[in-house]
Design a protein around this ligand. Structure first.
Ligand code: PAF
Length: 281
């Protein structure tokens, strides 16, 4: 059974005797699925102790987003973490993390990268993520922190903040874990109705088609993005964006760039789905 703590003082007390050992950290917002559990399993290949945080971070939700509705399932999450052998779960309240509230709070922003794609559709989201991840890294002080590649833009934002602030932590990315029909696992998939769940894998299939075209040598990125948006719209989704970008920094690629990423976000009913695939050509 992992130790579960909800206070910063208990977290610190537990971590103190572990200093000197290798600690890996998996930050989550809970409602854990196989993707999260794969991160924890991978964490054990890199460290002696694994810490998981479960915190639905209010800072990264817009005023009209699903902060209130986001599933909070600590009991079920704990049972799942028992299976993969987590040492410590940090599950604080918003008051514990932000005792002074949001007003005047010190925040962390990675400019540029945070304003594109998902950042354009969700203003302030990546600043909320960057702030809580910096705060959690400061509390846990792990040698390694793990993130899923499903949130590709989030991963780049975090890599950039770790580099810019010289945080002494290695950021490890783990490949997206998918359902058998290709849908990327996400805590938000639970919002999908039965009918929407059947439609949802079109997002992955459409991204796969764009990747096939890139590998075949097509370099009309604008044309590929338009076709991707049209295909998603025809399937009943409402795309926010479809984009072919350089994987390093999400810049628009030029002819020499070999490592690309195709990203899309689209609404299906009340659910916002995101996915991406990397391509080396
Ligand atoms: O990816 C998530 O679940 C969240 O954005 C994170 C990294 C735990 C920060 O709240």
């Amino acid at each position: 059974m992992p130790q579960i703590v909800d206070s910063i003082s208990a977290l610190r007390n537990t971590l103190t005797p572990w200093r000197g050992r290798r600690i890996a950290f998996v930050p989550t917002m809970g409602n854990l699925h196989s993707g999260h559990l794969a991160l924890v399993r991978h964490a054990y290949t890199l460290a002696d102790r694994v810490v998981v945080s479960i915190f639905v971070n209010p800072l990264q939700f817009g005023p009209t987003e699903d902060y209130g509705a986001y599933p909070r399932t600590l009991d079920q999450d704990t049972l799942k973490l028992v299976e993969v052998g987590t040492d410590l779960v940090f599950a604080p309240s918003p008051r514990e993390v932000y005792p002074q509230g949001r007003e005047g709070l010190t925040t962390v922003t990675v400019p540029g990268l945070s304003d594109l794609l998902c950042g354009a559709a969700r203003p302030g989201h990546f600043s909320g993520v960057a702030t809580v991840v910096t705060l959690l890294l400061n509390l846990v002080q792990p040698q390694t922190v793990l993130f899923g590649e499903k949130d590709f833009q989030q991963l780049l934002v975090i890599r950039r903040l770790v580099a810019d602030l010289h945080l002494p932590v290695e950021v490890v990315a783990y490949p997206t874990v998918r359902e058998p029909d290709g849908l990327a696992m996400s805590s938000r998939n639970g919002y999908l109705s039965v009918e929407e769940r059947k439609q949802a894998p079109i997002l992955y299939r459409t991204l796969c088609k764009v990747c096939d075209s890139l590998v075949a040598g097509v370099d009309d990125y604008g044309g590929l993005e338009d076709a991707c948006r049209m295909e998603l719209t025809a399937a009943g989704l409402l795309p926010d964006y479809c984009a072919v970008r350089r994987a390093l920094d999400l810049a628009v690629p030029n002819a020499e760039d070999r490592h690309l990423v195709v990203l899309a976000a689209a609404r299906l009913g009340r659910t916002r789905l995101i996915d991406n695939i990397q391509v080396i050509r």
